[in-house]
Design a protein around this ligand. Structure first.
Ligand code: ATP
Length: 137
């Protein structure tokens, strides 16, 4: 479809990068159709990243994602999922291409500034986790 879901993670918010990251998202042609400033509970973070529950970094990831406020948003653009993954860059900022959001704003592999859905199906699930129908425009 033409929508994806993103979170500006606690490191990006804490480091004052909300405005700069939203500028890059807009400049890349994405329209914001839903957005909120919120914080994941530990339980929310566990559920959101349940797919990684057997990985060694799961506890660290859950603690990080629930430690402070985030910005959650649904973005619209043709080919949204793939194009947004390209805009954010590789999971590890050390491997992210120049000009990508993670290259510019991520702190480390664990604290990598942004999330982008990896499939249309997950974009729909993740968007519904954060937003009701009335909050999506
Ligand atoms: P995201 O799902 O946040 O968009 P991604 O799809 O690029 O990231 P995944 O492999 O799904 O990467 O990992 C999810 C998140 O878990 C990463 O964004 C990162 O914050 C964290 N993570 C992944 N691998 C590691 C690791 N080896 N050590 C610490 N944290 C990690």
């Amino acid at each position: 479809t033409n929508r994806t879901f993103t979170m500006l993670k606690p490191d990006a918010v804490q480091n004052g990068h909300i405005g700069a990251i939203l500028d890059k998202i807009n400049a890349a042609g994405f329209k914001i159709v839903a957005m909120k400033y919120t914080q994941l509970s530990k339980r929310d973070a566990q559920a959101f990243y349940a797919v990684h529950s057997e990985r060694p970094f799961y506890g660290e990831l859950v603690d990080f994602m629930s430690r402070g406020p985030i910005v959650a948003a649904i973005l619209e653009k043709d080919n949204a999922v793939e194009d947004f993954r390209a805009l954010i860059g590789a999971t590890n900022p050390a491997e992210a291409a120049d000009g990508t959001i993670r290259k510019m704003f991520a702190t480390s592999l664990g604290e990598n500034a942004v999330h982008g859905s990896d499939s249309d199906e997950n974009a729909a699930i993740e968007g519904a986790f954060h937003f009701s129908g009335r909050e999506i425009f």
